[in-house]
Design a binder for this molecule. Structure first.
Ligand code: SF4
Length: 547
């Protein structure tokens, strides 16, 4: 049987939120369900995060240790897949491919992910010609590649393999033999396999929630977003049946309980769907007696003009709905219309007041700086957000990015204003100057806030599940201080003289809260593996061999 390794490369941008690599975990689950073959997963960012937070040191196994122990040159992998989500993943991917080729010259390389899907031209230029590129979801192309290797020992694939995305439904287990396997098939969300998560405990030890996907596509069509320009089956909103979603939650909750960890979930869907779908999830969780905490993302329009919104949200909160991310994006009706995202912004205060009353923490996506923003407008909008309790340091930083695959990026390309890569939308000289200065000055506060904001969903969920509110209240107080400093500086020009010192203290406080909330679980060291008699836990790699 061919052997497969799937890798998430390092991200060389500003890492804002570290999550499980659900893409490669789902691919591994799918391949396993259809071939009974084990797929090895390697997350370069996980090793990096463990070092960053002191859960690993120079004596711990590195990515290269683990990879070469799993695949010695005498037993190389047949297929090496990389998940490349953004342009910032490309440099590490290229270095990896080059280095891995010297170890494993006969391995077949396959690269997929959002970057290939939305910026194919760029991917074709940047990756070596012999690397197979896959757009959209990668389950079927990976399975076909696997079967080609199994049948012939080599892969003769086209440079670029896209799916025509015509078929409406596909049951993974009924995949026809390779000889008559069609290329134009894709999975529906109900055909997704349960993700394989061999390293779940490592992510949870870092304070990650368990990532889940319950739908794909979106009901919206915003001009700054790449989702509406995806091929048709991926653009259109399609939900996974909630009983299947809850089956996976039940499995993962049991797994977390065995490891003494909390069942905290985060739905990564672009658009979870209407309020009634959250209520259906809540009912199914209650019916099965599952006590979890979860966060999800909605379009702001999903909560507008709902009957009995405060009562319904309060009921959901009791069932574990602790946090929502809402794509508000702008309070200006004209700007929203320009972005093809019109909705009744005047109703937002009612929505946020109902969320607050229910105890659901709300975070928003907002694009303050764009081609139409003047400094005065930006301050007025920031003031309105502050009055609604929605201002945070991220607002001052938030600027329109023209993503490849979006209509705004296409427009910029046609006007020869932008290149093929993602970039900021150009602004007037005055706004550009002000933005750069503001961003530089407030950077220490933003960095401190970001550390706390990443921890906040986990602590809110923990408070729900344990009733222990001390840490979340302490963190909320630090974050509120970050908000206040950023707001006063930006809108009222009141920069504290010792801003660096204040930000360092806030950051220190957040680190203390983090260390109290997430007691260190160090990764085993190389010495413990080399010396079996040492009175230490066995290495992860050796545990894997024993299993
Ligand atoms: S920005 Fe959000 S709401 Fe708009 S199209 Fe993209 S995913 Fe949908």
């Amino acid at each position: 049987m061919p052997t497969v390794a799937l890798i998430r490369p390092l991200y060389e941008g500003d890492e804002s939120e570290f999550q499980e690599p659900l893409g490669i975990e789902r691919l591994a689950g799918f391949l396993k369900a259809n071939t009974d073959e084990e797929v090895r997963l390697f997350d370069r960012r996980l090793y990096q995060q463990e070092r960053l937070f002191g859960l690993a040191d120079e004596n711990s196994f590195s990515f290269w240790d683990d990879f070469t122990r799993a695949f010695p040159v005498t037993a190389p992998p047949d297929i090496i897949g990389l998940s490349v989500m953004t342009a910032e993943d490309v440099p590490d991917s290229l270095r990896l491919i080059s280095r891995l080729k010297t170890f494993y010259p006969r391995a077949h390389f396959i690269v997929g992910g959002l970057f290939v899907t939305t910026a194919l031209d760029s991917a074709q230029r940047r990756f070596p010609a012999e690397v197979q590129l896959v757009s959209c979801e990668g389950e079927i192309p990976l399975l076909e590649t696997f079967r080609a290797v199994m049948a012939e020992g080599v892969v003769k694939t086209p440079r670029f393999e896209s799916e025509k995305c015509d078929a409406e439904r596909f049951d993974a287990r009924s995949l026809p033999d390779k000889s008559d396997s069609p290329k134009d098939i894709h999975l529906t969300p109900d055909g997704w396999a349960i993700a394989s998560r061999p390293d779940l405990e490592r992510y949870l030890a870092l304070g990650c929630a368990i990532s889940l996907q319950s739908s794909r596509g979106c009901h919206g069509s915003c001009s700054f977003c790449a989702t509406p320009k995806l091929p048709s089956p991926y653009r259109r909103w399609q939900g996974r049946s909630l009983p299947l979603v809850v089956d996976e939650i039940a499995l993962l909750s049991a797994h977390a309980a065995e490891s003494g960890l909390l069942p905290i979930f985060n739905f990564v869907d672009d658009d979870f769907g209407p309020l009634s779908r959250i209520e259906a999830l809540d009912l199914e969780l209650k019916r099965r007696g599952l006590r979890i905490a979860y966060a999800l993302q909605l379009r702001a329009a999903d909560l507008l003009e709902q009957d009995r919104l405060p009562e319904r949200l309060a009921e959901l909160r009791k069932g574990g709905f602790t946090r929502v991310f809402l794509g508000v994006e702008s309070l200006c009706p004209q700007t929203l219309e320009d972005w093809n995202k019109s909705y009744a912004t005047d109703k937002l205060p009612e929505v946020f007041s109902a969320l607050k009353k229910a105890g659901i923490s709300a975070h928003i996506g907002y694009i303050l700086w764009h081609s139409g923003t003047s400094v005065e407008d930006a301050r007025i909008e920031a003031k309105r957000l502050w009055e609604m309790g929605l201002y945070c340091p991220k607002v001052a930083e938030s600027r329109m990015v023209l993503f490849p695959g979006s209509r705004l990026h296409e427009r910029g390309l046609a006007a020869k204003q932008v290149s093929h890569a993602a970039c900021w939308e150009p602004m007037s000289a005055e706004s550009e100057r002000f933005y750069q200065q503001l961003s530089n000055k407030l950077r220490p506060v933003y960095d401190a806030w970001k550390e706390g904001a990443v921890l906040s969903p986990w602590l809110a969920a923990q408070a729900h599940l344990t009733g222990e509110r001390t840490l979340i209240e302490a963190l909320d107080a630090v974050l509120a201080e970050c908000d206040r400093i950023s707001y006063r500086s930006f809108v009222h020009d009141e920069f504290p003289q010792d801003l660096h010192r204040i930000a360092a203290k806030l950051s220190q406080r957040i680190t203390q809260i983090r260390q109290t909330a997430l007691p260190m679980r160090n990764r085993p060291s190389k010495q413990s593996a080399d010396n079996p008699s040492a009175n230490r836990p066995a290495s992860r790699s050796s545990r894997r061999r024993e299993q």
